[in-house]
Ligand binder design. Structure first.
Ligand code: MN
Length: 315
């Protein structure tokens, strides 16, 4: 599953609300590759949380109604992080990896200077299609480096009272993920069965996406789909599910100090870099390489910044 990011992601449908230090927004509903998604990042007023720069919550949808069919497409300057809540997704990339991903497993692909991949519901799949597609911006130190892919079949868990946290990236409550991160970062799937206080790194800013709810977050009742931005300086976060249990995705990191541009499936620093990446994909350059897939290659859209008033999304 993947982007693309378009100028419509810079439009704000509803005002940002929340108590001091918290901004709450609803995801923007869209459809990607035939699957309904709710996009929490990027937004007009909030481009990044740490280095997290893209958050799509896809499904839940019955695979008989909506199967994922995202053909070969390129990325530069970012990591894609795929976290499946239900169902299965198969990934093929230009490095030659074919990887089936199931709930509880993590795919992390590093684009660096260029990679291409395709993602789809495997043939014969049943049940639901439900998960999260996340992007992490790479810093200057690594974004011109080689592409890479890693799959983690199991991830560490931390128990904090009635919270079970599966740590996707970084460290939380003493549990550390083996997944790559190029900047200080945390990502965790939280299953919350009672009132709890979660320890946070006060040097980080955080975002909490309510997946199953409602959930009360520091006294504020949030419905499923709400995304709460939490400013740096917090050492803990109060979570109360209910009624019943709740589930949320916690993302955080050191505020990303480098200004970024996002357009389509690229994260870059300048319009010239976007033009060059687009040209390379359209020219079938070896910068990206071929992907073994029965799905059609996705062409780059026209460069919208050639039109008056349009530009790539600036952080
Ligand atoms: Mn992608």
């Amino acid at each position: 599953m993947s982007g693309p990011v378009s100028p419509v992601d810079s439009t704000e449908e509803r005002p940002v609300t929340g108590p001091p230090g918290m901004e709450v927004t609803d995801g923007r509903r869209t459809v990607v590759g035939g699957v309904p998604v709710s996009r929490s990042l990027p937004r007009a007023r909030r481009r990044t949380v740490g280095a997290w720069c893209f958050v799509d919550h896809f499904g839940p949808a019955d695979v008989r109604d909506a199967s994922m069919r995202v053909g070969p497409h390129p990325h530069v300057g970012l990591h894609t992080v795929t976290w499946v809540l239900d169902g299965e997704v198969v990934h093929h990339d230009s490095l030659g990896h074919e990887q089936l991903i199931k709930p509880g497993q993590l795919n992390l692909m590093t684009a660096g200077r260029g990679v291409a991949h395709a993602e789809e519901t495997p043939p014969g799949a049943t049940g639901a299609l439900h998960g999260l597609q996340l992007w992490v911006a790479q810093p200057d130190a690594t974004r011109h480096g080689p592409a890479a892919f890693e799959h983690h079949a199991t991830l560490p868990e931390a128990e904090v009272g009635p919270v079970v946290a599966t740590v996707l990236v970084g460290e939380l409550a003493g549990a550390r993920s083996p997944a790559r991160s190029d900047t200080p970062l945390v990502g965790a799937d939280l299953v919350v069965t009672g009132p709890a206080t979660l320890p946070l790194d006060p040097a980080f800013e955080h975002g909490l996406l309510v997946v199953d709810g409602p959930m009360t977050v520091d006294g504020r009742l949030l419905e499923p789909g709400a995304f709460a931005y939490l400013a740096p300086g917090r050492a803990e976060l109060g979570l109360t599910p209910g009624p019943g249990s709740g589930r949320a995705l916690l993302l955080g990191g050191a505020p990303f100090g480098e200004p970024i541009l996002m357009w389509w499936n690229f994260v870059a620093r300048s319009r010239d870099e976007m033009v060059e990446a687009r040209r390379a994909w359209e020219g079938e350059s070896e910068q990206f390489g071929p992907v073994e897939s029965h799905l059609g290659r996705i062409p780059a859209p026209p460069p919208l910044w050639d039109r008056p008033g349009m530009q790539p999304l600036e952080k």
